[in-house]
Design a protein around this ligand. Structure first.
Ligand code: NIG
Ligand code: FE
Length: 432
């Protein structure tokens, strides 16, 4: 036990640890265990959890150590910081007009065809000065941190030429250095074919022969992702790009079976990808393939919601068949402009019929495994990063059921308080 405890949190009515009985992402019945400790406490030293559990046990454990600072959660709910394992958070500006156009009946692909959608953001990102792109993205991450997100994956893919892709990746790396969040970088040059290429194969060669080696040489990404979709990159092309990515040392991710069931999930499982993402149109064979593999299904309920669609990924079926499921926001300027993990969880519960416990595990521990951070984030246990959030609610199920209001009052990242909002006695219902 260290001699000094930098931070002691006590008075957690429910300490939702998201701990599991085994290592690895939670599946099946384990996914419904939130690992709750009533009247819980967390002792932090050097940015890491030294003890998390029942208050009496933690107090006994730290013995006579000096405590520099104490937070009393006052009976509120304390959770691990959210891990958002799929975002496109580096971009120019939101495309709110397309949101309205979709409500009026225009399709996602129609919008793309008339020059909107991803390609519009690509035009803007290419023109945007790197400093400005960093600053606008930094502000978005600050907002995410306020709502309790402490680890985030960010994909490139709005550059689609070597200079602009590298610019995005440098911005992503800088966000990791200059914000409190942990940032995981994914290279997604294969997000779309850029407008200047008529020939699909020619762009594929640029991604494989020029971009992948440059990104690897500069060590600007940990993962590679491909949008495997009709009219974008087919299964064979996706395989070729992922193969090249693997040889260059990247972990693999796939945007799979989003609009068309293409066999993207099967490909991800076969290639040992860390995750297959979207999956709204996954086939029964795809579900089986994921269940039998270590590939995590990253589900994006906020996207279906913002697109005004009813096509939610078949989460229940996946969970019942043993797929390891995670939840992310897919935060991007068009198809999912919400950066809120609590909102994503709320939609997962009401529309995909995940229980609150399943959704919370999916957004913390399983999400951490989906970005290769399972050993250090996503649950409150000894040795992991001290990333946690105090929510001004009495029961963890209020997080999805009362979504829409900002309930996070204290956010701690690496043991440092990064958000502290007074819980006005007159506003808090906890303990009333
Ligand atoms: O994950 N599916 C492909 N790409 C993004 C869309 C990004 C955008 O609309 O700008 C997604 O939803
Ligand atoms: Fe995406």
């Amino acid at each position: 036990m260290p001699q000094t405890i930098d931070l002691l949190l006590c008075g957690a009515g429910q300490l939702v640890t998201c701990r599991g009985s085994e290592k690895g992402p939670k599946r099946g019945r384990n996914l419904s265990d939130p690992g709750i400790v009533f009247d819980g406490a967390i002792a932090v030293s050097g940015g890491a959890v030294v003890l998390a559990g029942a208050r009496a046990k933690v107090e006994r454990g730290i013995g006579g150590a000096d405590v520099s600072r104490t937070i009393d959660a006052g009976g509120r709910v304390v959770l691990p910081g959210w891990v958002d394992p799929h975002t496109h958070a580096v971009f120019s500006r939101y495309r709110a007009d397309e949101y309205e156009a979709r409500i009026r009946g225009e399709g996602y692909l129609e919008i793309e065809r008339r020059g909107g959608g991803i390609r519009r953001t690509v035009r803007e990102v290419r023109e945007m000065d790197e400093e400005r792109l960093f600053e606008v993205s930094r502000r978005r991450l600050a907002k995410m941190l306020e709502s309790g997100t402490t680890t985030i994956e960010i994909k490139s893919g709005y550059g689609l030429d070597i200079e602009a892709e590298l610019k995005m990746l440098r911005v992503i790396a800088r966000l990791g250095r200059e914000t409190p969040l942990d940032v995981v970088a994914t290279f997604m040059g294969a997000h779309q074919r850029p407008p200047e290429f008529d020939d699909e194969k020619a762009y594929l060669r640029v991604v494989i022969d020029e971009m992948i080696p440059a990104v690897a040489r500069k060590k600007l990404a940990e993962f590679i992702d491909v949008f495997c979709e009709k009219g974008v990159f087919g299964v064979e092309e996706t395989r070729e790009i992922l193969e090249a990515g693997r040889s260059a040392g990247f972990g693999l991710k796939v945007h799979a079976d989003e609009i068309t069931p293409m066999g993207g999930a099967e490909l991800a499982a076969r290639m040992g990808a860390i995750s297959a993402e979207h999956l709204t149109k996954i086939s029964p064979a795809g579900i089986r393939a994921l269940a039998e593999s270590d590939t995590i299904a990253v589900l994006l309920p906020s996207t279906t919601f913002a697109l005004g669609s009813r096509d939610f990924a078949p989460a229940r079926e996946m969970i019942e068949r043993g797929v390891a499921v995670a939840i992310a926001t897919d935060f991007n300027p068009g198809s999912s402009p919400s950066c809120s993990m609590p909102l994503a969880i709320a939609i997962a519960c009401s529309q995909m019929r995940m229980t609150p416990a399943e959704a919370i595990n999916a957004a913390t521990i399983n999400a951490a495994y989906a970005v290769g951070r399972g050993a250090e984030a996503g649950s409150l246990e000894k040795g992991k990063k001290a990333d946690f959030v105090v929510y001004d609610v009495e029961d963890y199920r209020e997080i999805p059921s009362r979504a829409g209001a900002d309930h996070a009052i204290t956010v701690v990242k690496n043991g440092a308080i990064v958000r502290e909002r007074p819980a006005f006695e007159t506003a808090s219902e906890v303990g009333f």
